[in-house]
Ligand binder design. Structure first.
Ligand SMILES: C[S@@+](CC[C@H](N)C(=O)[O-])C[C@H]1O[C@@H](n2cnc3c(N)ncnc32)[C@H](O)[C@@H]1O
Length: 402
């Protein structure tokens, strides 16, 4: 369904709720069976009728997100506002709960429902272009909305942008099995209404990973038949020291990434290589999905990077990668390498990697202790394996198993 049609449809449901009717956007029996609407909530006491009548979700994201007092949270596609009101209660007077919806009538309804809740605020806009600044939020929730978007990549990139480093998302949504054909999808759409654009579980994980999220979990919570399910989707934006963020590496980072690479090689302790490759060479030998940079949140300056190459093209080694991590020499000892490596390990595990390996010069004590602190162990020494600036050097082989 096109965006304007979606907005018209939910605007109609908002007007129905405002005139005292119950809003239902799929077969009424699905609501009666407790699959959608207010059935997922333990405690809805004290919520206004207008919010309960307009509850159109497929789960309880507020419970999933484990909100804490003082946090700032955004609900994508907030509808009549039920999850914003529950969030506002959880985050308390020093926290803030935003709702965002593209339907002006839903926003009007939600603002009515939130009268007397000063820490709830509703914004008119789309989830593909969230009208909030970078790093403004601790948590993003959503209830049965992302499946409606025809640009889920944009939505999740926006969620990544507005979360602070270390922030999290916990959402309820509709997902499909991998093999759902058009006829089954259409049958499910007919019954429950939110199946037409739903991603498969693998598709969802891919979009989350491409956006930079780690620690991905997708838990199926209800089976709607025809390979379509409600699910809880959780993910984390990697944490790093204040003022920095870890995000996927982009083409536009090339010059800075290669400069940091060269600066690391110039120390003489990073690698046998003495010259950083061209960007083409760098990019061709490294996995697209497992590349991150640490960047200044104000200036965008890249201060470190991590990336991995496959160790073999043989299928049995599909889950074995070799990584490199480099931090700008002027920014070392600030925890950046640790944050990059922590995020990388989480992303590698999300991607099904079972062994991360690397070689470290024994003289590079800082790198060795960082790797050991994050679960790498030394599995051997290659003695006098090659010459570096004319000197034979040993290499410690380190690996981390998941
Ligand atoms: C299924 S209802 C869910 C409402 C609410 N989350 C709940 O649990 O009751 C979907 C909501 O998302 C809004 N919506 C759909 N697509 C949107 C978009 N691209 N941007 C912002 N809001 C959108 C609709 O207007 C509607 O209020």
């Amino acid at each position: 369904m096109a965006h304007d049609e979606i907005v018209d449809r939910y605007s109609g449901l908002a007007r129905a709720a405002m005139s005292g009717e119950k809003a239902i956007d799929c077969g009424a029996d699905e609501f009666d069976r407790g699959r959608f609407g207010t059935a997922a909530y333990d405690d809805i006491s004290g919520l206004p009728d207008g919010a309960l009548r307009a509850s159109l979700g497929c789960g309880n994201p507020v419970a999933v997100a484990e909100l804490r007092a003082g946090e700032t949270v955004l609900d994508l596609g907030s509808g009549g506002g039920i999850d914003v009101l529950l969030s506002a209660r959880r985050v308390g007077p020093y926290g803030k709960a935003y709702g965002l919806d593209a339907s002006p009538d839903m926003i009007r309804l939600a603002r009515q429902n939130a009268a007397g809740t000063p820490n709830a605020e509703f914004l008119l806009g789309t989830i593909e272009a969230i009208p909030l600044p970078d790093h403004a939020l601790d948590v993003v929730i959503s209830n049965c909305v992302i499946n409606l978007s025809d640009d889920k990549g944009a939505v999740l990139a926006e969620v990544f942008r507005v979360l602070r480093p270390g922030g999290r998302m916990g959402i309820s949504d509709i997902v499909t099995d991998e093999d759902v054909d058009a006829a089954r999808r259409a049958a499910a759409e007919q019954r429950i209404g939110c199946a037409a654009g739903a991603l498969s579980v693998t598709g969802y994980r891919d979009v989350l990973a491409r956006s930079g999220f780690v620690g991905l979990t997708i838990t199926l919570t209800a089976d709607h038949g025809d390979g379509v399910h409600s699910a809880i989707v959780q993910a984390i934006k990697p944490a790093v020291t204040p003022g920095l963020e870890i995000r996927p590496m982009r083409e536009s980072d090339a010059v800075q990434v290669l400069a940091i690479y060269q600066a690391g090689l110039d120390t003489g302790q990073a690698s046998f290589e003495t010259l950083a490759p061209s960007w083409e060479g760098f990019t061709a030998s490294r996995l697209q999905r497992l590349r991150y940079v640490a960047a200044d949140t104000e200036t965008g300056e890249v201060v470190g990077w991590i990336a991995a190459s496959p160790v073999s093209t043989r299928p049995v080694y599909a889950g074995v990668v070799e990584h490199s991590v480099y931090v700008h020499p002027g920014c070392q000892a600030h925890g950046i390498g640790r944050a990059l490596l922590t995020a990388f390990i989480a992303a590698a595990e999300d991607a099904g990697v079972w062994t991360i390996q690397s070689g470290i010069f024994p003289e590079n004590a800082a790198s060795l202790s960082l790797h050991q602190a994050l679960g790498f162990r030394v599995v051997g020494t290659r003695e006098r394996i090659a010459r570096h600036h004319g000197t034979w050097r040993d290499v410690l082989l380190v690996e981390r198993r998941s």
